[in-house]
Design a protein around this ligand. Structure first.
Ligand code: WQD
Length: 338
């Protein structure tokens, strides 16, 4: 079975390719490498002992995409490729809509043209409206997004629903990720953000290796037990396994179905720092800073639907993820570049 992975050189894409190869799937990967390092390809090949077909092309390049679909008989598409920096999306909304919507449209058009019917989409918990009760279920209200990045994910979900409505043989799984963290247990692949990291785990990891002076804890006056925000952090290897579980699900289910990929457990920023310190043996310099605009106090998933229908559940803890991130970051202090 051949899986087309877009954004295959990225953080979640590369970990999922490794999982697919380990499970015996053939992989064709596409990436424009605008936000990733091609070095990841050699690492994945070495870890798996297997080869993949890789195309350095942009999904919006119709000729390039056609060549991929003409050359390979694709059984299922996993669409990871997207711009994902929330702050940047607020500054450059059109750039974000242009990239994320047009790449998804191009893929859907190619699927129609070449008769591919299975699609797994990387969506985000940020599509949920901010006034839902916790935990967030797939029935919680989505839309009214608070930034263009989240809107692009919400709009792509709508594109998939409309496309599947007229392609009755399509099977689509929309996977709404919560906060993805961690690295492969080998420490050879991991998250390598360009510039200043936006997210908590890579920021802490860079403080730990001395690339950043201290962590700003954005707010300690929220209505939570220790005053800091609570999130549902899920290990990237669990997310990768969730994608593989979705392949089996699509073999038996048509239409568009949404699934939360989370752990169901909330962790505060201070608990998170403590877990990292324990795993690494390093004390993280930190300062309490003002709240970050747009942050919700609390967000975590209900994972019942994924457990029931995908037969998948996250098995790794925040402590496991902290240990794996530290393994990756200490082995690769400058990321893939070094
Ligand atoms: C987690 C917590 C911060 C950095 C974002 C996107 C979401 C998804 C994942 C997908 C919050 C606090 C963070 C720091 C801190 N994107 N924090 N100091 O905001 O939950 O979700 O990433 O691609 O769409 O919105 O994740 O990791 O940025 O923050 O105190 O330097 O850590 O305030 O409470 P977030 P995050």
């Amino acid at each position: 079975m051949t899986i087309l992975v877009t954004g295959g050189m990225g953080y979640v894409g590369s970990h999922t390719i490794l999982e697919l190869l380990t499970q015996g799937y053939e992989v064709v990967a596409i990436d424009n490498c605008s936000n990733s390092k091609p070095a990841v390809l050699d690492r994945v090949k070495k870890l798996s002992g297997k080869d993949i077909s890789f195309y350095k092309t942009d999904l919006r390049d119709k000729k390039g995409l056609d060549e991929v679909f003409r050359t390979h008989k694709i059984d299922c598409v996993m669409h990871f490729a997207a711009l994902k920096a929330v702050g940047e999306s607020v500054e450059k909304p059109l750039f974000y809509y242009e990239h994320n919507l047009n790449s998804t449209l191009a893929l859907c058009n190619a699927m129609e043209k070449y008769g591919v019917t299975k699609f797994i989409f990387s969506s985000s918990a940020s599509v949920y409206r901010s006034d839902n009760l916790m935990p967030l279920t797939e029935e919680s209200v989505a839309g009214d997004c608070i930034n263009p990045y989240a809107w692009t994910k919400f709009m792509c979900e709508q594109i998939l629903k409309d496309a599947a409505a007229v392609n009755s043989d399509w099977s689509v799984a929309v996977l709404r990720y919560f906060n993805v963290i961690g690295a492969h247990e080998s420490g050879d692949i991991g998250e390598d953000p360009q510039g200043v990291p936006n997210n908590l785990m890579p920021y802490i990891a860079q403080v730990a290796v001395g690339r950043r002076e201290y962590l700003s804890v954005y707010g300690d006056d929220y209505d939570t037990p220790d005053g800091t925000c609570i999130r549902d952090y899920i290990h990237v290897s669990d997310v990768a396994a969730g994608h593989v579980a979705a392949i089996d699900y699509l073999a038996k289910n048509k239409g568009v179905n949404m699934f939360n990929l989370g752990t169901g457990k909330g962790t505060s920023v201070l608990e998170f720092v403590e877990a990292f310190e324990k795993a690494s043996g390093i004390t993280i310099n930190k300062k309490i800073a003002p709240r970050r605009p747009g942050d919700l106090p609390i967000g975590y998933a209900s994972v019942d639907k994924a457990k029931r229908e995908l037969n998948w559940t996250a098995v790794k803890t925040v402590e496991d993820a902290a240990a794996d991130t530290w393994h990756w970051q200490s082995k690769n202090p400058q990321g893939y570049e070094a």
